[in-house]
Structure formats: C-alpha cells, structure tokens
Write a protein of this length. Structure first.
Length: 354
C-alpha cells in the first residue's frame, strides 16, 4: 500500500517544509537534477589588503631639494626628459605634513598661493630638465579622453587647454598632467622622438584615453607601436581603490577582460582574529559579511590598454607606488579626504644643446 504524504519523507509537502527550514538557516537544498542548477559567473579573485599592498619607491633627491621619481631605464635616451613628482621638496605650506618644512604642491588649489605653485613648478622643471626656465605645459583636466597636440605657442597661454592628454614632438617643452590618486601614464616614441602624457582616472580609463592616445601618436607623428615605451606613475593601488558596482559594470561592459581588473579585498580585523567566539552567530557560514570590498586595479587597466595599442610588454614600466598607502610621500585625495595638493607627471623632448 503506498505511503501517505505525511509518512513519505520525499513527498512534495515535506520537501517544501524542509526548504522553508533551510531558508531560515540561510541554506538551500541542492536539486536532484544537476542540469537544473543555473550556471554562475566565475567569482572574482579574493585577496587581503596586506597581500596587495606594495612598498613605496625610493625617490631621487635633486640638487634643489625636490624629491622625484625618474624612469631608470629611460636614462639611456639622452634626448628624453621624464619623471614623476612627489609631495616632498617644495615651498607650499597649505598641506604640510608633520615635520615637513615645505611641500611640492603643483596644482592651483584654493588652499595654496598661486605664486608658490608657480615657484614649485619651476623647481620641478629644474629637477627634471636641469633648467628652471623650461616651459611647462599643463591642461584643465576633466576625466575625459580628449587629447591636445601642443607646440611652443601653447607655453604662454593664459588659460590652459581643456583635455586629459598632451602630445608633442617639439623639443624644449615639458608636458605635464596633474594627479592626486588618478594614474599618470607617460609614452615616448624612441624613433620619431615624440612624447605624450595622459591623466587616467577611472572615467578616462573606461573611455580608453591611453589606448586612444597611442593611436593618436601614430596619426600625428607616424609612431609605430613597436617603437613606443611607456611608464605608469604613482596612483591609487588596487589595495586601496574601493569602488562601487557602477564602476564594475562600466569596465565589464567595455572590456572583455574587465572582470579580471577587480579583486574582492578583505580587511583583516585583529580583534575578530584574536577573539573569534565573540563574533559567532547562528547564521550559516558564508552568509555573514567579513568586511569584503570591491577594488579596482587601475594600474593594470592602463597597462592592458598599452598592450592593446601594440606596446611591447617589456617596454612598459610601472614606476610609482600607491598614493593612498603612502601619504607621507604622495598627495592623495582619498587618504586626505579631499584636502590635498597635486603632483605632476612630466615628459619632454630635450632641446638640442641643452
């Protein structure tokens, strides 16, 4: 005689009751037919802050007191000027960290004096080129993929061009982009002797500013990808760059490798690690958030764009450290909650005889 629904443990009513109990516990019963399980997207790689954090680079001290980061392997090109500033070695006092006499703020911010910033820019030009009078050309940045090709006539402009990238093959000019967490990228053509500087925040990176810029060099100067060299300077690292789902969606929609640019980062809690029993709950394992955040590797995103543009992997150098991790060395918008100065990434073609 067939069993009644109440005595049959596999009856639909009993299974529904079991599902309800499992649901309350935060669990789910696996279906008997594996083909009925929806395929899940591959998970993001997980890492701790400690695993992703990197030591700061050691800056070079110029004769005028400026601490800056050259690109060591580029020193074999005597025609090329290039380097990244730090916050150390200037005249500004608006953002001065403890025990520092003056700092190298290079942005015309509300908290600093314009004349002080101009003096700091001359100090940086002197550190990179050897001459404080070298014309330095900057731009009004707005997180775009807009590029400007410049010449000597742009050096004296009262109002800078609105763009996020600069290109030139004119000697004697120092191109500069400002950063305080965004990624600065410098590119040079070894054969055509043309140079470019790009400001790559996450919005500009999604818009492919670096990839577009390498293509623009080919259009303007006849540059071939195999002749290009590139350097990525200090910016916020994947260890510190927590972002929201909208940023994740933007990258995933634009790049087939978009998902690979993100990590799920866990921040270690020393109290939780020492006293785990204090944090026990009745919820099932895996259903309690341990402080996980979605982090973007913006440096890797721009390195991938250089590769996509045809730049050889060995010709791309990552020079800088994480600006947020090392606020003693770098200005960081995130680490200082918005009250910060600006650094510069600079590149130029040396004048004959200089």
């Amino acid at each position: 005689m067939p069993s009644s629904a109440g005595s049959n443990p596999l009856s639909k009513s009993n299974l529904r009751a079991l599902d309800a109990i499992l649901f309350e516990a935060g669990l789910a019963r696996s279906p008997r037919d594996p083909s009925s399980v929806r395929s899940r997207e591959p998970g993001l790689c997980c890492a701790s802050f400690e695993e992703l954090s990197r030591p700061a680079p050691e800056p070079t001290l110029a004769a005028n007191g400026v601490h800056w980061l050259p690109v060591p392997v580029w020193q074999r090109f005597p025609w090329l000027w290039a380097g990244f500033s730090t916050r150390k070695g200037g005249l500004s006092r608006a953002y001065r960290a403890e025990n520092l006499i003056g700092e190298l703020n290079l942005g015309f911010t509300a908290a600093d004096e314009r004349q002080t910033v101009l003096a700091n820019r001359r100090l940086l030009a002197e550190a990179v080129t050897g001459d404080a009078g070298t014309p330095l050309i900057s731009i009004r940045q707005f997180h775009s993929n807009l590029l400007a090709v410049v010449s000597a006539s742009d050096a004296g402009r009262e109002r800078p061009t609105k763009a996020d990238g600069l290109l030139t093959d004119h000697p004697g000019l120092l191109l500069a982009v400002q950063t305080a967490d965004c990624i600065p990228v410098l590119v040079a053509d070894r054969k055509a002797r043309a140079v470019a500087a790009f400001h790559a925040g996450w919005r500009g990176t999604v818009k492919r500013i670096v990839e577009t810029g390498a293509g623009r060099m080919r259009l303007e100067f006849g540059s071939r990808p195999e002749d290009l060299i590139a350097a990525i300077g200090p910016g916020v690292g994947v260890c510190c760059y927590a972002v929201g789902e909208e940023v994740f969606s933007a990258f995933e929609s634009q790049f087939d490798y978009g998902r690979a640019l993100f990590r799920e980062v866990f921040h270690a809690d020393p109290v939780r690690a020492k006293f785990p029993l204090l944090f026990m709950t009745q919820r099932a394992p895996g259903h309690l958030s341990p402080g996980r955040n979605l982090h973007l590797d913006l440096i890797e995103a721009n390195r991938r764009q250089l590769l996509a543009a045809g730049v050889r992997e060995g010709a791309i150098k990552v020079v800088g450290g994480c600006t947020s991790c090392h606020p003693d060395l770098f200005f960081s918008h995130r680490a200082s909650r918005g009250h910060t100065g600006r650094m510069m990434a600079t590149i130029g073609v040396r004048s004959p005889g200089s």
